[in-house]
Write a protein that binds this ligand. Structure first.
Ligand code: THU
Length: 157
């Protein structure tokens, strides 16, 4: 028997101004994507912005439905939209922002497990890392690759 350790790192920024110009642009796009959120049941608005390898930015926002499971998170809305419209372009970076009552949440919203799995698969499909930027009003987290959010990705089939 041996015990193995899984280590991951992420960057913490205290303001949008500290981000690189490219990451700042994507973070701003995630914040502006909040305008497309349809969340009449939870009141929790989420916006996502995805950068493709050619620089194209695709936005998404959570979409809720009276039949609850029929709704979709912001991240998957963006990734599936990009996957359908630009199937040959790698998804290189995704930024996520959340708000309640029109106010950006102070702490970053952390993607749900299903969204992490979908991020992982687009990363595997591309064969290139996808960074994840979680935007909060008081702090911003940046993960260099999806593996840092989801170890032991299911990719067996
Ligand atoms: N939601 C997202 O869009 N992304 C996340 O990372 C977490 C949760 C949405 C789903 C639902 O519309 C609302 O937030 C409350 O769970």
């Amino acid at each position: 028997m041996e015990t193995r350790e899984y280590r991951y790192t992420y960057e913490v920024y205290s303001s949008l101004d500290e981000l690189s110009a490219e990451d700042r642009e994507l973070a701003d796009a995630a914040i502006s994507a909040l305008a497309g959120s349809y969340a009449p049941y939870s009141g929790f608005n989420v916006g996502a912005a995805l950068r493709l390898e050619d620089g194209t930015v695709v936005k998404g926002a959570n979409q809720e439905n009276a039949a609850y499971p029929s709704g979709l998170c912001a991240e998957r809305t963006a990734m599936f939209s990009a996957g359908a419209a630009y199937p040959d372009l790698a998804q290189r970076s995704i930024a996520v922002a959340a708000s309640q009552n029109g106010v950006l949440c102070a702490s970053p919203a952390s993607p749900c497990g299903a969204c992490r799995q979908v991020m992982a698969q687009y990363q595997t499909k591309a064969g290139k890392s996808m960074s994840v930027i979680l935007v909060g009003g008081e702090m911003i987290y940046k993960f260099a690759r999806v593996d840092d959010l989801l170890p032991f990705i299911f990719d067996n089939i």
